[in-house]
Design a protein around this ligand. Structure first.
Ligand code: FE2
Length: 368
């Protein structure tokens, strides 16, 4: 099955950060990604530096400004801290995807353009997402150099010792928006990208005694691309989505979920590489899993040791765990996910456990 917009999958995700070199090292060490391309003064780019990191089908670009004239990146970092600027979709035809999006209400940020050098032509265009983010359409079919024009061989190759994480590919990317904004962005993506609403967590579905959220998931019809959007819902205290929006100074990307084919090994390796995960659910969580006599290949005690959440679905089950925020602000974090037996969902039970785990940390920050 394909999709009408000609989307082949997620391409790269770009972070705007305070110090790209340090982030590139962190990704090398913590996730085992390799630096495969670099752009900066050495490659003729005067006002910013970018490092491309890759592992399997996962591509992350970290970018920092290095000259005061680069106000676009400075403004982002000043307001939001380190965070995701854009996620990109690899498409058959950039102009077609962009025109479809604009005709259906998308807000333009980069009109279709050709980036050229001796290695060929790289095509891109972008539309606005949330306060300050973007969805880009890219195509490198006619480009034969490293990544994009302006990029060259990496000048730093960190020979770090790292435990093999087995991280594979982006599974989904989640946004946090304000009260009453979720439906706007859900309708926006559905119209612009020809997506459909797949999951709808309404009032009372996800919440604790103190705070709650609403969430909808939009996806491409072939399920290649999945993008949940969360908004705060009224509770006795501050919702974690509100905390995000206050700390990020606006709406934006909350987390990126990366798929693994052996989550127990992945999490073991990531912990050894120094990544911190949200606190383990209480022992009773795993006791009740055992009582349910589920058909699960993994040993529940091993899941418990690693703090991995398990949620059965009609087709198969989901294994998930969430890192602590990776930057200085309690904003962006990663998720690791393993889908077993054709599971397509988002684990309502896991979502609830995640929500409670975030809330424990939120309380520790004095923000609940
Ligand atoms: Fe997620």
């Amino acid at each position: 099955m394909a999709n009408k917009l000609g989307i082949r999958g997620y391409d790269y995700v770009e972070f705007f950060v305070g110090s790209a070199k340090v982030w590139a090292y962190w990704f090398s060490k913590a996730t085992g990604m390799k630096i495969t391309a670099y752009a900066g003064p050495e490659t003729g780019i005067r006002n910013k530096v970018s490092y491309l990191l890759q592992k399997n089908d996962l591509k992350i670009l970290v970018t920092s400004p290095v000259k005061p004239d680069n106000y676009e990146i400075y403004n982002f970092i000043q307001r939001h801290g380190d965070g995701v600027k854009r996620w990109t979709l690899n498409v058959n035809d950039v102009e077609y995807a962009y025109n479809h999006a604009i005709k259906n209400g998308a807000i333009p940020t980069i009109k279709p353009r050709e980036l050229k050098d001796a290695n060929g032509i790289y095509l891109e265009a972008a539309i606005k997402l949330y306060d300050d983010a973007e969805i880009s359409f890219v195509n490198a079919d006619e480009y034969h150099g490293i990544f994009q024009p302006g990029f060259g061989e990496p000048i730093h190759n960190y020979e770090v010792e790292t435990h093999e994480t087995g991280l594979k590919i982006v599974d989904h990317i989640v946004g946090n928006v304000r009260e009453n904004e979720m439906n706007f962005w859900v309708d926006y993506m559905n119209a612009a990208l020809n997506f459909e609403t797949f999951v709808d967590f309404g009032p009372g579905d996800i919440g604790t005694e103190y705070s709650a959220l609403l969430s909808k998931v939009v996806r491409s019809e072939d399920t290649l691309i999945r993008n949940p959007v969360n908004e705060p819902y009224k509770g006795k205290r501050k919702s974690q989505i509100e905390e995000y929006i206050e700390e990020f100074c606006g709406t934006g990307i909350q987390h990126i979920a990366i798929r693994s084919e052996n989550i127990i090994e992945t999490i073991g390796a990531m912990r050894k590489n120094g990544i911190e995960f949200l606190s383990t659910p209480p022992a009773t969580y795993y006791e009740s899993l055992k009582e349910r006599d589920l058909k699960v290949e993994e040993d529940i005690d091993e899941l418990k040791e690693n703090g991995i959440l398990l949620d059965p679905e009609s087709d198969g089950y989901l294994l998930q765990i969430f890192t602590k925020p990776v930057g200085d602000r309690p904003t962006f974090f990663f998720e690791v996910i393993q889908r077993k037996g054709g599971s397509q969902g988002f684990g309502k039970g896991n979502f609830q456990a995640l929500f409670e785990a975030i809330e424990r940390d939120q309380a520790a920050r004095g923000n609940l």
